[in-house]
Design a protein around this ligand. Structure first.
Ligand SMILES: Nc1ncnc2c1ncn2[C@@H]1O[C@H](COP(=O)(O)OP(=O)(O)OP(=O)(O)O)[C@@H](O)[C@H]1O
Length: 336
């Protein structure tokens, strides 16, 4: 468990100081894939550097498994830093060494002998999908593959936390999946806690369980990704849920219209038709669509309803986990 407790951090700027983090608190459970999302300059890297103990907060503290890191110095600080492997968007690789040689660097520093290094490097290159590239030079690989070397190197010493600070930044779209898969396998197969910062909520949507959104150094929302998506007013939902575009004419064919978020195959497949037949109400999908969070489908639909018991049908949908938002009714009982 990583806890960030009321962390604030400012830097001297030209003239006035720049506040990079304002009283940020987070709880990152052990073994989670946790996303920190926000626009450029919102404080993601500063938060990442505070968690990696490369930066000291002005106020507040970071706890790694309960250890208060605020006052650590010298050897104890170095030991705590070794708990966190770091990958950035600009990993420095040694081009005079092979891919395997790069991953072996931290193991050489630890004093592992050659057979132990070979075994560990082989396992890690396999984990990041580069087992066949071991003898190549980093310059012979794509940028996405170089990021995966950096992931393997960051995991080499067995750090329980992996900090991927914009690790998918500035690589080709088709290579993003490979980097995300490497991070996901680190979590799933090594039990590593992964903190992933990115400007794109869509990147976090593909792999993260939990999310924090930063804006101008402040935490604006945090929680499970599915929980945040269930609230259509959250920033995360607004960024990730399919947009609803319906015309007035489409809505006008029904007595009322509502928006609904449904999570999971079962809810999306059966809740609406079942509500319709159970309560004798016509329930039609007149807008929206389905997206995916990891493996889970999430629907954001506008529904048109007709029938006396539409209120009861909607209450029934809500009781079964559907998140219903009532849109304003127009003068003829039509959604505005
Ligand atoms: N070492 C530093 N010295 C001065 N200002 C800094 C320093 N590090 C960060 N800042 C400032 O703090 C604010 C937050 O920066 P930070 O790099 O944490 O944001 P970010 O969300 O990671 O941005 P990006 O997505 O562009 O990487 C910015 O205004 C930045 O200019």
């Amino acid at each position: 468990m990583i806890t960030v407790e009321n962390v604030s951090k400012s830097f001297a700027g030209k003239g006035s100081a720049v506040t990079a983090l304002r009283d940020v608190s987070l709880r990152i459970p052990a073994g989670a894939m946790y996303g920190v999302v926000g626009p450029a300059g919102s404080g993601k890297s500063t938060l990442a550097r505070c968690v990696a103990l490369d930066e000291r907060p002005d106020r507040g503290t970071v706890r790694l498994d309960g250890l208060d890191t605020a006052t650590l110095q010298g050897r104890r600080l170095r030991e705590a830093r070794r708990q966190v492997g770091v990958v950035t968007a600009r990993p420095e690789l040694h081009n005079e060494r092979t891919v395997a040689g790069n991953v072996a660097v931290p193991l050489e520093q630890l004093g592992l002998d050659a057979p132990q290094r070979r075994e560990r490097v082989g396992t890690l290159l396999d984990l990041v999908g580069l087992a066949r590239g071991a003898a190549l030079r980093p310059s012979e690989l794509t940028e996405g593959q170089r990021r995966r070397i950096a992931v393997a190197r960051a995991l080499a010493t067995g750090a329980p936390v992996l900090l991927a600070d914009d690790a998918t930044g500035a690589i080709a779209e088709e290579e993003t999946g490979g980097v995300l898969q490497a991070l996901d396998r680190a979590r799933a197969e090594l039990g590593v806690t992964v903190l992933l910062t990115t400007q794109e909520a869509g990147i976090a949507r593909r792999v993260c369980d939990d999310l924090a959104v930063l804006e101008r150094g402040a935490l604006v929302e945090s929680g499970s990704l599915l929980g945040l998506l269930s609230d259509p007013t959250s920033r995360t939902a607004q960024a990730l849920l399919p947009a609803i575009e319906t015309t007035r004419a489409q809505s006008a064919r029904y007595e009322r219209s509502v928006d609904v978020v449904l999570v999971g195959f079962a809810a999306i497949g059966s809740l609406l038709p079942e509500a319709g037949s159970r309560f004798g109400v016509e329930v039609a999908t007149i807008g929206g669509g389905v997206t995916r969070v990891g493996e889970t489908p999430v629907a954001h639909f506008r529904l048109g309803l007709r029938g006396e018991r539409s209120d009861v049908a909607l209450a029934w949908i809500s009781e079964r986990g559907g998140h219903v938002t009532h849109t304003a009714r127009g003068p003829q009982g039509v959604a505005a």
